[in-house]
Design a protein around this ligand. Structure first.
Ligand SMILES: [Zn+2]
Length: 415
């Protein structure tokens, strides 16, 4: 039988020693009773950090610790209270006990780490905990991480929205384009939403440091940025603009579908996904299907070409060249009778400055999309993200650890 001394050496709780142990072989549990080592007598008030020599009283707390082989381990620990002139009678600070919950810090760390690559339900099963408990542990784990890490200064920001369905509507996501992480979530997507970010999250000095914002052509966001960070350059997000081009293609597809007779409907039917895909991402068989459709319907063909060629706009590094390309692109619209593309062209002209700004300030397009992809995946996988703070921390941790690196690169390539 190991001695208390040997248990102390294996347990490795700094400053604490085992003075009693109990092994239950039938239930596979190990119980250890620990108290401060001699010489470890300095008590710290958990409220203000003041140090004390004397205690007020002492209680025993029981926490679950990492398992020992097949045995679930519980540690019973003596915890003191101090009589603090500032805080009153207060429990001492014990680094091994991060919260009031009955778990040791390293047990919580193990659960939190497991939550980085598995769902709360899977982790709950593995550790024999309730799913709710796992989420609470994970949230504390992430809060501790967020409190100690260094944050990257915000110089280029991304603003985007996520549609969360009929009841929750939109979620506004503000991100740091350089560190590739989300910074803040806001309900809805009004001007007031983004105003709240600037008002509550940044000091005026931090706001002044923002040099560029990558946004959708969404007026409320533009207005808010103009008001709070007037020196910041707006750069309209390439992927959003291409999304508008995709919508325009889809409108042509639908119009042709209803305009033409039965035969043409059968040709167009079921091709939506192909038409919205990029040519370079299609395999030869899919290209063949599209080519047959293009031979029969010139207007759909033209719409597809316009969409495909628009992307090259962002290959230009000089404003003049970019503008020149855009003019040529618009020239192709003449006599085509494609109202959805006419509307798109007007939209581009109206937002021209923010498109050309890409030549003045390079931003990383695709970061916003990747962040949103990760958030959507978290929402779909985790079900219970009623707690926005938890969702944000989770997405930040994901961005920093690159857990979903594969998803990140895939989105970047296909978008
Ligand atoms: Zn105190």
């Amino acid at each position: 039988m190991p001695t208390d001394n040997e248990f102390t050496r294996i347990l490795q709780w700094p400053g604490y020693r085992v003075y009693r142990h109990q092994i239950d072989e039938k239930n596979r549990t190990l119980d250890l009773w620990v108290r401060r080592k001699r010489g470890n007598r300095k008590l710290e008030c958990s409220g203000c950090g003041h140090k004390f020599q004397n205690s007020y009283d002492c209680r025993e707390r029981t926490v679950r610790d990492l398992p020992w082989s097949e045995f679930q381990a519980a540690v019973h620990i003596e915890v003191y209270r101090v009589k603090c002139p500032t805080c009153g009678v207060k429990v001492e600070k014990v680094p091994l006990l991060p919260s009031k919950a009955p778990f040791s810090k390293r047990f919580e760390d193990a659960v939190g780490l497991a939550c980085e690559s598995a769902s709360a339900r899977q982790v709950a099963r593995r550790f024999g905990l309730a799913e709710r408990t796992v989420r609470a542990i994970d949230l504390r784990y992430l809060e501790r991480w967020a409190a100690t890490r260094r944050k990257t200064a915000l110089r280029q920001m991304g603003v985007d929205e996520i549609y969360r369905g009929k009841s929750d509507k939109f979620l506004t996501v503000v991100s740091n384009l350089e560190s590739g992480e989300p910074l803040w979530f806001g309900k809805e997507r009004k001007k007031e939403t983004l105003d709240e970010f600037f008002r509550t999250q940044l000091r005026s000095g931090q706001r002044r440091r923002i040099e560029a914002a990558c946004v959708d052509m969404w007026e409320p966001f533009r207005l808010s940025i103009g008001e709070w960070v007037p020196g910041c350059r707006l750069v309209y997000d390439k992927f959003h603009i291409l999304q508008h081009a995709n919508d325009a293609v889809d409108e042509v597809r639908r119009a042709e579908f209803f305009r033409k007779g039965r035969k043409m409907r059968d040709v167009i039917k079921g091709k939506k996904w192909l038409l919205l895909s990029r040519w370079k991402n299609l395999v030869p068989r899919q290209r063949g299907v599209l080519n047959r459709l293009f031979q029969l319907n010139r207007r759909v063909f033209k719409a597809y070409l316009l969409k495909e060629s628009l992307e090259q706009l962002w290959d230009y590094r000089y404003e003049g060249a970019m503008l020149n390309y855009l003019r040529k692109w618009m020239d192709q619209l003449r006599w085509q009778r494609l109202p959805s593309f006419q509307a798109l062209a007007e939209m581009l002209l109206k937002h021209l400055d923010g498109i050309l700004n890409y030549c003045r300030t390079k931003v990383r397009f695709g970061v916003v999309e990747a962040i949103n992809g990760n958030i959507r995946m978290l929402i779909n996988r985790g079900r219970g993200y009623k707690n926005m703070r938890y969702l944000l921390l989770k997405a930040q941790r994901m961005a920093v650890t690159n857990t979903e690196y594969l998803a990140f690169t895939r989105i970047r390539k296909t978008a």
